[in-house]
Design a protein around this ligand. Structure first.
Ligand SMILES: NC(=O)c1ccc[n+]([C@@H]2O[C@H](COP(=O)([O-])OP(=O)(O)OC[C@H]3O[C@@H](n4cnc5c(N)ncnc54)[C@H](OP(=O)(O)O)[C@@H]3O)[C@@H](O)[C@H]2O)c1
Length: 269
């Protein structure tokens, strides 16, 4: 799985979306993240198709993720929702399909995961994972299912470093992926982030993306701006020192910009 991908949340199902995805792939991205609830799978798919034409890449060169929304939970609904996402994207498989949130009904969460396992066992999807799961969600899930999620996509940035959750994921051997890595651009104004950016001659966004990589966290910054799309992938020719990583870790405030996963029902997405 490529460590850096393109996020597409809050990107309308328009040519802006298609062009961002296309530009990303043409600039070297091999990993795109979308979800049914973003309502842009059609344009994401068009961007992928056009980029495959212009670059000569194959579908198998790309890593595409989408997510199952809460309204489609329940073992018997998963395959239908998955097939609809594939249809909108114009693809015949996904590299990763995620349960978008745990929800507040534990039995439904486990039943839904069994539907995810069905897809995987039938070879319809390459990998299955979850998003926004806390330790207690994993404790409940892992006690009752046969296939472990490969990854947990969660809010993660220097104001929300998720240390206990990341330690638990490491013990369970489950990868971590960060959403809103730039805190929807808010973290870019932080003094510590800016000081490190000046010190190493990189942009604040590059510092944050590199900080994710130093932590082994897969990262999916969103941008529709061509120069930023390129900038956000240009993070493999430098490293952060242990001291710089530690300084960024220390600005943690346990501050979320998204909902609390233990309470979120999706009713007011
Ligand atoms: N699983 C979940 O529940 C969940 C929840 C939220 C998000 N996500 C995923 O995570 C992805 C990223 O999160 P996000 O979209 O919330 O926000 P984000 O990536 O933290 O921040 C995006 C914002 O930062 C700006 N930006 C991007 N690169 C920049 C740069 N180099 N310099 C300055 N500004 C820059 C973008 O502006 P422009 O676009 O105008 O360039 C946009 O306003 C989403 O798109 C989605 O795929 C998942």
């Amino acid at each position: 799985m490529p460590m850096v991908g393109l996020g597409t949340f809050r990107v309308e199902n328009s040519d802006e979306c298609k062009l961002a995805v296309k530009h990303a792939i043409e600039s070297g991205y091999r990993h795109i993240d979308t979800a049914m609830i973003y309502e842009n799978e059609v344009k994401v798919g068009e961007g992928i198709a056009e980029a495959l034409e212009t670059t000569g890449l194959k579908r198998s060169d790309l890593f595409i993720t989408s997510k199952l929304w809460l309204a489609d939970y329940g073992r018997n609904n998963v395959a239908d929702a998955y097939n609809k996402s594939l249809e909108r994207l114009g693809l015949d498989y996904l590299d990763l399909y995620l349960m978008h949130w745990p929800g507040t009904d534990e039995a439904l969460m486990i039943d839904t995961w069994q539907g995810m396992e069905d897809l995987y066992k039938q070879d319809k999807v390459k990998n299955i994972g979850v998003s926004n799961f806390n330790v207690e969600h994993f404790e409940a899930l892992l006690a009752q299912v046969s296939i472990k999620p490969v990854i947990n996509q969660v809010e993660f940035h220097p104001y929300l470093t998720q240390e206990p959750l990341r330690r638990y994921m490491e013990v369970q051997n489950i990868h971590v992926e960060s959403w809103s890595p730039l805190m929807n651009a808010q973290i870019l104004d932080d003094e510590t982030v800016q000081a490190i950016a000046t010190e190493i001659g990189k942009s604040p966004a590059q510092v944050i993306i590199r900080w994710n990589i130093e932590h082994g966290v897969v990262v999916i910054p969103k941008s529709v701006t061509p120069s930023r799309i390129e900038e956000n992938l240009d993070v493999f020719n430098f490293e952060l020192s242990e001291e710089q990583v530690s300084k960024l870790d220390q600005i943690n405030e346990d501050k979320r910009i998204g909902p609390d996963p233990s309470e979120f029902t999706g009713k007011d997405k």
